[in-house]
Design a protein around this ligand. Structure first.
Ligand SMILES: Cc1cc2nc3c(=O)[nH]c(=O)nc-3n(C[C@H](O)[C@H](O)[C@H](O)COP(=O)(O)OP(=O)(O)OC[C@H]3O[C@@H](n4cnc5c(N)ncnc54)[C@H](O)[C@@H]3O)c2cc1C
Length: 320
């Protein structure tokens, strides 16, 4: 007897990625999906040109906000400020400036915060920062400085009513010895006025879901935004993961084995894995996403399209 295949709508969205793309169309246009992009401040003219090329490709996707990191110990203070100020003037982005406690007294930090407000910036990502002597060194608060992120959040809110984001760690911050300390710390940041928490990158959706459960159990109700890393350089990624206490699953590591010289395949793999993680999180009800772009557009555009951003009205470049 011939097998009778059940009839299926050939246009139905069957896989997780297809389902996310299908559903996110209306979610993105009605503001029910929020996507942000993270950049780092360029070191030289060539890097600045590359960043602005990426910005031009990403701007029409109309992200909810973008952010610019702050080098360890304030080493990029001016470059971060310049990049953020240029975004305010020349793009439709709502830029957020990262700021850390390391190496500056409170009065200095308050001046930086005021300067951002005067430049039209309304969002700060408030972090403690890593020790000036490197991520493995013992953290010692700067005398007369803000000691921890929660102190910085309170200081920023005293200067002006900024939107404030903070960091969160689905696999524990390396200096936290247990989940109670970790969640208590997040709570202190929320009590100080944090509006959302952006997570360290991770590889498994279960890692994020478990963290979300812990946060909800603790009665924390600000959005917890998964940070998705779009880094095709696996060696660099694994090094960073090791320093930040992020676990790389064996299957992920094995996928990149022997590909050190094959950039194209690594990029294809990174795109597929990011697409799957995004879609799986979407399937689990996540609607906020923060993409670590590494100042490149292609992978961020691909993930954003899965999240329906290309259906939004495009943001026109102010300078154009
Ligand atoms: C989304 C995101 C963006 C980032 N961007 C940058 C950036 O631009 N520049 C940069 O330099 N770094 C950046 N980082 C890295 C960050 O600075 C480090 O992870 C840093 O080690 C912790 O910062 P935090 O704000 O989470 O610290 P905190 O929330 O202050 O916590 C750090 C640790 O201290 C512990 N702790 C808190 N309060 C106390 C206390 N009173 N006594 C003792 N221990 C305490 C906490 O439990 C935790 O283990 C970023 C991290 C994330 C997740």
């Amino acid at each position: 007897m011939p097998t009778v295949m059940p009839t299926r709508d050939p246009n139905a969205a069957v896989g997780t990625i297809a389902r996310a793309a299908d559903q996110s169309k209306t979610e993105a246009t009605s503001g029910n999906i929020r996507v942000s992009y993270e950049f780092f401040p360029p070191k030289n003219t060539a890097m600045e040109e590359k960043l602005w090329e990426a910005i031009k490709k990403l701007e029409p996707l109309n992200p909810d906000f973008v952010s610019v990191t702050y080098g360890a110990g304030g080493s990029t203070r001016e470059r971060t400020h310049n990049a953020v100020s240029r975004m305010v003037k020349e793009t439709s982005f709502k830029p957020a400036a990262h700021l850390t406690c390391v190496g500056s007294e409170k009065a200095e930090i308050d001046e930086i915060v005021k300067a951002y407000w005067e430049a039209g910036v309304r969002h700060i990502v408030a972090l403690r920062g890593d020790p000036q002597d490197g991520i493995d060194a013992k953290y010692v608060p700067t005398p007369k400085g803000y000691a921890y992120s929660c102190d910085l959040v309170a200081g920023i809110k005293d200067v002006a009513d900024f939107d404030v984001s903070v960091g969160a760690y689905p696999e524990l911050h390396p200096e936290s010895s247990n989940w109670r300390d970790e969640i208590d710390n997040l709570k202190r940041k929320v009590d100080a006025g944090a509006n959302r928490a952006i997570t360290q990158f991770f590889f498994s959706p279960d890692v994020f879901s478990r963290f979300q459960d812990r946060v909800l159990d603790a009665g924390i109700d600000i959005p917890i935004v998964p940070g998705l890393m779009l880094q095709p350089n696996f060696k660099g990624l694994a090094r960073m993961a090791g320093m930040c206490g992020v676990s790389v699953p064996d299957w992920y590591r094995e996928l990149f084995e022997g590909l050190d010289k094959d950039t194209q395949t690594r990029e294809l793999l990174t795109a597929s894995l990011a697409a799957e993680l995004t879609a799986e999180l979407h399937d689990r009800g996540v609607r906020d996403f923060h993409l670590y772009t590494l100042n490149r557009a292609e992978l961020a555009v691909a993930v954003s399209r899965i999240l329906g951003l290309h259906h939004r009205q495009s943001g026109a470049t102010k300078a154009a």
